[in-house]
Design a protein around this ligand. Sequence first.
Ligand SMILES: [Zn+2]
Length: 186
Amino acid sequence: MQHLVLTWRAKANIISRLSRSRSRLKRISDSFAFAREGRVLKGTLAVSSLERLQDLLAEASGELTYRIEGLKGERGQSMLHLVVGGEIPLACQRCLEAIHFELDVDSLLELVPADVELSQEELEDDTRDFLPVAGELDVAELVEDEVLLALPVAPRHERCGFPGAAHAGERINPFAVLDGLKGKPN
Ligand SMILES: [Zn+2]
């Protein structure tokens, strides 16, 4: 019996490891077909699996939820509608403690084959967001890219606990000092 139990455990271990690596490597094999067929892909990603994002966080905790929907645009172009939500602990640039930032990514991306060159007019069109695609689309990478674009450039607590930060606004204005000097009788 012991032998059977171990075998079952070993099997379960292998299965769970396989499914973990599968979800980490979730890909859309043909994103143009995905768009054409109006497919939808939903899932979650552990923040700890997104390496570039981690550099900006106070701690690598939490989970992001995403939804990717394929659709056809007005000009018949292949598009992906990407929505990402979740709360991430952004590192405050002053005190490095967490700022709980609510993600609200909602992007409409226009797929273009990576080997097709965009015209100058297309490149300058701010209303269109192009996503060059070469082969398979790595879902985690796409989600991470869009999350990084949605983050504030220099996140800081509104009321930061960093020593000295509270006094930053109370620094003497050098011009006020000058004014004082000007007013002094010689
Ligand atoms: Zn702070």
